[in-house]
Structure formats: structure tokens, C-alpha cells
Design a protein around this ligand. Structure first.
Ligand code: CMC
Length: 422
């Protein structure tokens, strides 16, 4: 007997039986029975906005899988570029496919000189790098007008490769500009994370990327590559559903990521730990959070009601990085905060656990990234996830996103000329 629910309209006595398919019920059945009655769900807490075969997230059990592969196995054995391939193609590449993919990405890392010199260097000297990143993604659409041909799979693939390849170059460029440093061109002899770190830090010829740090960067890139229908990805799908080009859609997704409740949280975690200042202040800080005066940044998640599996891997990676860079002095405060919160009824009852942002900022800071770059570091690999969802959306041929609203404003009234208003 297939599982189903029955909806009854108590005004008319009419009912409809709706099958439960893959854990969801079709909203069309609701609409047919109840025309003009909208399902009220402002933050999509109970709404599946799409079906998707890309990433599986089981928040109760702390499970994250890309195309079926557990994130723990990918973080241990894979690379970001391989994960990006997997997200897009649905399968891990064989050797020839992996080589071709890496070659393609590597050979699209350069950005148009005018984009850097005329557009990016036009920002105010203290522009936030994430603001620059968001705008530059959008500006790319002006360089690739053919990207509008979103119905052509070959054109789509070309833009996907371009965006994945150019994201780290743009990110490094944002940083170098903010420091007044000359731009470092991509180096095709280097792998993806090493090339990024080289573009970030090279001054003159005496810089060598530490392989442990390059691997840590790659692991962080893998962990951030996709996370199903979060705020940024939903923005990508909503804007993409209007058939906007992928650069404009990715700019919208990046803008969603920028907020402190989403990808901006990694920046806020380090600010929060710095504000706490010392080990002995942790209890007071937690007491304030329990009174609702503040939130513990890097804690809590809409979907995870268990330890975020990414946070575990980030924490392990932090120790490897600190062996090279020296320990981040904020680590002890973070560990005490985590331990205290995990044993406190307030956090236990609400099932609030550290999320991916809790420890990542400590790694970024130890590696020398300024706080303002943290969300950009989240965005670089998330580009792969956004684009996988964008491509899936177009393959699904979904209708334009257009939710309804419950109108709560004034009823009809007549216009009053200014001279007659009290
Ligand atoms: N610190 C203290 N209390 C919290 C926190 C927190 N970080 N997060 C949630 N709560 C409380 C909240 O006050 C509420 O309590 P009550 O039921 O008494 O009103 C309860 O827990 C449920 O919170 P909510 O706001 O309904 O949860 P949400 O699903 O709407 O919000 C969240 C999820 C991630 C926005 C939120 O947990 C938060 O603001 N966390 C801090 C910001 C953060 O770390 N964001 C990164 C998310 S992971 C990376 C990403 O995917 O972007």
C-alpha cells in the first residue's frame, strides 16, 4: 500500500488523497483542492523547492553526501576539482576525464585585463573583498554575451568551466587590490589550490606554497563545494529560473552567501572570539546568548540538528594547519565555547551544534587571510555547487520561480490629495 496523506477542506467536505513520493507531497493536489489558499511557509522550512540528485543532506543524522559519496571519504581521498567534476557529471571521472577537466579549468583561469584594470581597480581602496567578488561575478556577464544562450548545453558547459576556473583568480585579485599589491597571474603549472595560494601570497620570486597548507585549502574547498538548497543556492535557482545568464545568477547567489547568517558567519566567528578575548569570559558570553542578547556565531543550522559533519573535518584540518603556522591563539576560546555549549541545556534542547563556519575562520586566520576574505574563500568552491544546481534546473526545465503571498495590508481605499491630508 503506497504511503499517502488525505487533505480535507472542512468548508466543503471535499478531500484529496496525495501520495507521499520520495518524502514529499505534490503541492498541485493542494492547489486543485484549495484554489486561492496558499501554503504559508515564509522561510521554506517545510517546502521542497525542487527535486535534486546532486547533494544529500540528512541533518538529523549529520550526513552529507555528494552524488552518494560521503563527505568524509571525499575529504580524505579526493580533490576539489574532482568533487566539482562529480557534482556536475554525477560520476567520478576516469583518468582521461580527470585530466581533460583539470586541463580545461586550468586553461580558463585568466581574467580579461579590462575586468581587472578598469572594473576591479575602480573600487574604493577599502572596498570589502566580498562586495568586489559579488560585483565582479556579475560583470563577467558583459564579457561573455553568448552565456545568455542557456538552452545550449555546450554553451552552459563553457560558462561552468570559466566560472569555476576564474573564481580563485577574482578572489586573489580582490585581496591584492585591498592590500595595494600587484596582481599575480595564474600559473598553469600549479594545481588548483596551489595556484590560488600562489596568486594570494607571492611577492617576488621567493615564495613556495607549503603542500600541507595547499591540501588544507583543497579540503576546505571540497567541504564548501555544495550544500543543497541553502540561501545562496536557492538564489541561484530562483534567478536562474528567469533564464538570466549564469554570471548574473551566480552574483545573486554570492550576494545570498555574503550575509552573516550564511557564509558571512565565518568572518563573524573570528570577530566574536576576538571580542570574547579570553578563556574566562566564555561563560558570560554564553549566558548572554542564552538570554537572547546575541547568537553564538558558527553554531546552529536550519537543517543539521546534529554535529555538522563538515565541522568535524574542519576541526581536524585546523590541527594540521597549526602544525605549520603555529596555533591560532583563539583556538582555546573556541574549544571552551564549544565544550560549554555542548553541555548546556539551552543548546542541547535546541540541538545547536558547531557548523562549518565555527573552526574554518581559525584556519584562514592562521594561514594569514584577513577576516574580510573569509566569505570569499567560502564562495570560491561554492561556485561549483551553484552551477551544478543551475544546470540541473535548466535540464529539469523548471518554470520560473514565483511564490504567492498572504496579503495583510490595507483594503481598497481612495487616493487623498496632499492638501486634504491631516
Ligand atoms: N546561538 C544562540 N541561539 C541560537 C543560535 C545561535 N547560534 N542559533 C539558533 N539559536 C536559537 C534561537 O534563538 C531559537 O531559540 P528559541 O526557540 O528560544 O527562539 C532556536 O535556537 C532556533 O533558532 P532559529 O533562528 O529558529 O533557527 P534557524 O534555522 O532559523 O537559523 C541559523 C539557523 C544558522 C541562521 C542560526 O542557527 C544562526 O543564526 N546561527 C549563527 C549564524 C551561523 O553560524 N550561520 C552559519 C550557518 S552554516 C553555514 C552556511 O550554510 O551558511
Amino acid at each position: 500500500m503506497p504511503e499517502s496523506i488525505t487533505i480535507t477542506d472542512n468548508r466543503t467536505g471535499n478531500s484529496v488523497e496525495v501520495p507521499i513520493v520520495d518524502g514529499g507531497v505534490d503541492a498541485n493536489a493542494w492547489s486543485k483542492l484549495l484554489p486561492g489558499v496558499w501554503f504559508f511557509d515564509p522561510s521554506f522550512g517545510a517546502t521542497a523547492s525542487t527535486s535534486s540528485a546532486i547533494t544529500e543532506l540528512d541533518g538529523d543524522n549529520g550526513i552529507l553526501r555528494y552524488r552518494g559519496y560521503p563527505i568524509e571519504q571525499l575529504a580524505e581521498h579526493s580533490t576539489y576539482l574532482e568533487c566539482a567534476y562529480l557534482l556536475h557529471h554525477g560520476e567520478l571521472p576516469n583518468k582521461a576525464q580527470a585530466d581533460a577537466w583539470e586541463y580545461d579549468i586550468t586553461h580558463h583561469t585568466f581574467i580579461h585585463e579590462q575586468l581587472r584594470k578598469r572594473f576591479m581597480e575602480g573600487f574604493h581602496y577599502d572596498a570589502h573583498p566580498m562586495g568586489m567578488f559579488v560585483s565582479t561575478l556579475g560583470a563577467l556577464s558583459t564579457l561573455y554575451p553568448e552565456a545568455k544562450e542557456i538552452e545550449d548545453p555546450a554553451v552552459r558547459k563553457q560558462q561552468i568551466v570559466r566560472l569555476i576556473a576564474k573564481a580563485p583568480t577574482i578572489a586573489a585579485c580582490c585581496y591584492r587590490f585591498s592590500q595595494g599589491l600587484p596582481f599575480v597571474y595564474p600559473d598553469n603549472a600549479l594545481d588548483f589550490p596551489t595556484n590560488f595560494l600562489n596568486m594570494m601570497w607571492r611577492i617576488g620570486s621567493d615564495y613556495e606554497v607549503d603542500p600541507v597548507l595547499a591540501r588544507a585549502m583543497d579540503v576546505l574547498f571540497m567541504l564548501h563545494a555544495d550544500h543543497e538548497q541553502n540561501c545562496g543556492t536557492t538564489a541561484m535557482r530562483v534567478v536562474g529560473s528567469s533564464h538570466a545568464d549564469p554570471y548574473s545568477s551566480a552574483a545573486a547567489a554570492a550576494a545570498g552567501l555574503y550575509g552573516p547568517r550564511h557564509g558571512g558567519a565565518n568572518e563573524q566567528v573570528v570577530r566574536m572570539l576576538t571580542e570574547i578575548g579570553s578563556y574566562d569570559q566564555v561563560d558570560d558570553f554564553i549566558a548572554g546568548a542564552k538570554k537572547g542578547e546575541r547568537r553564538i556565531m558558527g553554531f546552529g543550522h536550519r537543517v543539521y540538528k546534529n554535529y555538522d559533519p563538515r565541522a568535524k573535518i574542519v576541526k581536524e584540518t585546523a590541527y594540521k594547519v597549526f602544525e605549520i603556522t603555529g596555533k591560532n591563539p583563539l583556538l582555546d576560546i573556541a574549544l571552551k565555547l564549544e565544550e560549554t555549549a555542548l553541555n548546556d541545556e539551552y543548546f542541547v534542547n535546541r540541538r545547536l551544534y558547531p557548523n562549518v563556519d565555527f573552526y574554518s575562520g581559525l584556519i584562514y586566520q592562521a594561514m594569514g587571510f584577513p577576516i574580510e576574505m573569509f566569505t570569499v574563500l567560502f564562495a570560491i568552491p561554492r561556485v561549483a555547487g551553484w552551477l551544478a544546481h543551475w544546470n540541473e534546473l535548466l535540464e529539469q526545465d523548471q518554470r520560473i520561480s514565483r511564490p504567492r503571498q498572504i496579503y495583510t495590508g490595507e483594503a481598497r481605499r481612495d487616493y487623498v490629495p496632499l492638501t486634504q491630508r491631516g
